[in-house]
Design a protein around this ligand. Structure first.
Ligand SMILES: [Mn+2]
Length: 321
């Protein structure tokens, strides 16, 4: 399900949309004939939550794009979707939307240019205050506390793209509670992909979660990503797994099952790192390398698939035969 929050602040309706990661490529462990499906699904959900937002203020909480550079068509389509938003649209910059290399212009920067003719859309690269709500963009060269200090008047809520924990050492993107608590007691953040909420120093923090879960470990609702023991896997009708990513945990002497028709399939042996070797031997390294090269060259997904399919049927098929 889409991770969006529909709420209200002193009479203004607000929709918060979790990290969309448009143009994300789902390829790890995805069967060849299912490639591209999830990408399409993410695009459709994104269009739906933006175009049909019931709110006066719709907020995209960062990481609109999955990476710095995406195909031209994707930027154009995204601009078109943003312009369908019925009310005011505020888009925060996330860490995936800007580079720490000052010379690089990202897809996000191009998108800002494309939307300049639409005054109802605001992109937030530092800070912005709108009708008593405070917005904080991710910044490649300024830390979160420095950005947060720019807003000094009380606000009904703060919206940012912050980490919620430090992983040792200095984390410049750690949620700047000390600064935020001076101006509000209600905070929303993207960046962390698993929805959750907590209170710290009297500040209510809501983590929207990404628009959809994008990996095992981001999906407590089990909408897409399932981790099963071999026993559970064998007891589950394969038809119920067709639109799931399935990870089968294997005990030491269990044999990896054959892949089934699903969005993604992988096995993991207890106490080891994730491994697809058991099941991916058929497409071994050449396919992976080939796919990587095509992706780097930014060929359109359907063309990529055609080339890979030709390779698979004409070359690998011949060798196998
Ligand atoms: Mn993100």
């Amino acid at each position: 399900m889409a991770r969006i929050i529909d709420t209200e602040f002193t009479g203004r309706s607000v929709r918060v949309i979790g990290d969309p990661h448009i143009a994300r490529i789902f390829k790890a462990n995805v069967p060849l004939h299912r490639r591209g499906e999830r990408e399409k699904m993410v695009n459709e959900v994104f269009r739906d939550v933006v175009s049909n937002s019931p709110a006066e203020i719709t907020i995209i909480i960062g990481d609109l794009f999955d990476r710095m550079v995406v195909p031209y068509a994707t930027i154009l389509e995204t601009a078109e979707v943003l312009k369908t938003c019925p009310g005011k649209l505020i888009v925060l910059r996330g860490n995936h939307d800007a580079s720490k290399d000052a010379d690089i212009r990202s897809a996000f920067d191009v998108l800002i240019g494309l939307c300049m003719d639409t005054p109802t859309i605001t992109f937030v690269t530092e800070t912005y205050v709108h009708e008593g709500l405070g917005f904080y963009g991710w910044h490649p060269f300024k830390d979160a506390a420095e950005i947060a200090a720019q807003i000094t008047s009380p606000i009904d809520a703060a919206f940012g793209h912050w980490d919620i924990e430090s992983f040792g050492g200095v984390n410049p993107n750690l949620i700047p509670i000390d600064e935020l608590k001076k101006v509000t007691s209600k905070v929303f953040t993207g960046h962390v992909h698993t929805p959750q909420g907590f209170t710290v120093d009297g500040v209510d923090v809501t983590v929207t979660g990404s628009l959809q879960p994008y990996a095992h470990g981001e999906d407590p609702e089990l909408d897409f990503y399932l981790t099963l023991t071999l026993e559970q896997f064998n007891a589950t009708p394969p038809a119920t797994l067709v639109n799931k990513y399935v990870r089968v945990m294997l005990k030491e002497n269990e044999v990896a099952p054959e892949p089934i028709d699903c969005l993604g399939f992988t096995t993991k042996r207890e106490g080891t790192l994730e491994s697809t070797l058991d099941v991916a031997i058929g497409e071994f390294d050449m396919m992976g390398m080939f796919r990587g090269v095509l992706e780097e060259a930014e060929l359109p997904l359907d063309l990529r698939e055609k080339i890979l399919e030709r390779y698979q049927t004409d070359i690998v098929g011949q060798i196998d035969a």
